[in-house]
Design a protein around this ligand. Structure first.
Ligand code: ATP
Length: 400
């Protein structure tokens, strides 16, 4: 992957690392000990402690059952863009389908604003799917004999909304996704990107609380894909809806996600902001995912600030800890001495550490993290202090 392929992550300077995006952190979705096991008598797998430590494929070999989602717990905050990433077959689609019980979980709970969806009777679950959670898939699933306007209004029609009101609402969201003037066209008269915009408009028409995207743009060519990503960012900025987004494309995840969940063999490997995944990958699997990301475009000064006092700090320039390293280059390179890196504002402001030209150059030159921040290898006799030093001051970065 080339450097140019990676945009700046949305996370940098926007949210506290590792924390949901909303100020109060109210969870929209809470997933608790969720399992989906495929195979004969799947119920026996979640409680079987003898399988602990085996990988998904090993469980399959031993039991004939595949844990596609395995004991996962995490929260998605209201208004957050939460991305689920993993290689093909890691369980992303199964996980996301379990959230609305399009796939019935084997064990565990899914709470939407505190309401346990796994306990809902079918009629109430249908209500939730119709009114509160909309899905956008790779295959647009548009009805070929209906116009754009009627495709977008279809969900409202199913809900019993009258023609005048649903046309008004449909026209509004058609405009929102940039398709004004195409209301009377049929799907086969539109390009792939435009069809996906119709899919997006259809999902928005019912004004859901949560939008779920399952690899929606993977069939689109790269330029249209970027357009659609920008569209999602714009819609999120304007509407602030909670979004769950599945992708196997890291640049898409970094571009869209407030936080990213990495899955492997049905298990949660790490949850974090883009800079947390790049700065402190939980294991080699995550490290491989992020290996080609230009670190200076993703990491913030928080990650490279040295805690020790510089010999001469008088008159030093100051930069916020959430400044992306590349954006800090003009100030750092124009300063005679190290730059002070601060966290917080006003009276809460405190010095986190110092960054000099060499620190920035090392990162831009691709030398990786400076030695004082390098992650201890497994089995390394790192002291507690060394281990603590790899975490940025305010990051949690750990799997939930
Ligand atoms: N209905 C099913 N019956 C049996 N196994 C299934 C079923 N659905 C999915 N699986 C298996 O569960 C695992 C996870 O599949 P899933 O489609 O969730 O992965 P994914 O990460 O979304 O993959 P992709 O990126 O290729 O879509 C895979 O090994 C898949 O073969």
């Amino acid at each position: 992957m080339t450097a140019a392929a990676h945009p700046l992550p949305r996370t940098a300077g926007r949210t506290a690392p590792g924390r949901p995006a909303t100020a109060d952190g109210t969870p929209d979705f809470s997933v608790r000990s969720l399992w989906k096991v495929f195979g004969h008598r799947p119920d026996r797998i979640p409680g079987d402690r003898s399988l602990d430590g085996l990988t998904g494929p090993e469980v399959l070999a031993r039991t004939g059952c595949l844990p596609a989602v395995r004991d996962m717990s995490f929260d998605v905050a209201r208004g957050e863009v939460f991305v689920v990433m993993g290689l093909s077959g890691s369980g992303k689609s199964t996980l996301v389908r379990c959230l609305t019980r399009l796939v019935e979980p084997t064990a565990g709970r899914v709470l939407l604003e505190g309401q346990d969806l796994t306990a809902l009777p079918p009629a109430r679950l249908r209500d939730v799917r119709r009114n509160r959670i909309s899905m956008v898939f790779q295959h647009f699933g548009l009805l070929p004999h209906r116009t754009v306007l009627n495709n977008v209004g279809y969900g409202l029609q199913v809900r019993g909304v009258g023609r005048a009101e649903r046309n008004r609402r449909a026209a509004e969201v058609v405009d929102l996704v940039g398709l004004s003037g195409y209301e009377q066209r049929f799907p086969d008269q539109l390009s792939g990107g435009m069809q996906q915009r119709v899919g997006l408009a259809r999902a928005l028409a019912g004004d859901p609380d949560v939008l779920v995207f399952d690899e929606p743009f993977s069939a689109l060519d790269p330029l249209i894909r970027r357009d659609m990503q920008a569209e999602v960012i714009r819609l999120h900025r304007d509407m602030g809806k909670t979004m769950l987004f599945i992708t196997h494309d890291l640049s898409e995840a970094l571009r869209l996600g407030d936080r990213i969940l990495i899955m492997r063999h049905g298990e949660l490997v790490q949850i974090g902001t883009g800079d947390e995944l790049v700065g402190a990958p939980a294991d080699d699997y995550v490290a491989d995912f992020v290996a080609d990301v230009p670190r200076a475009d993703v990491l913030t000064l928080r990650w490279i600030a040295r805690p020790d006092d510089p010999p001469d700090a008088a008159g030093a320039a100051t930069l916020p800890a959430d400044t992306v390293v590349r954006a800090a280059i003009p100030v750092v390179s124009g300063s005679a001495g190290p730059v002070r890196v601060v966290d917080g504002t006003g009276t809460d402001q405190r010095t986190l550490g110092w960054v000099g030209r060499d620190d920035v150059l090392a990162l831009v030159a691709g030398a990786g993290r400076p030695p004082h921040r390098r992650r201890a290898d497994a089995g390394d006799a790192a002291t507690a202090t060394e281990s603590a030093a790899i975490e940025p001051a305010a990051a949690t970065g750990a799997p939930a």
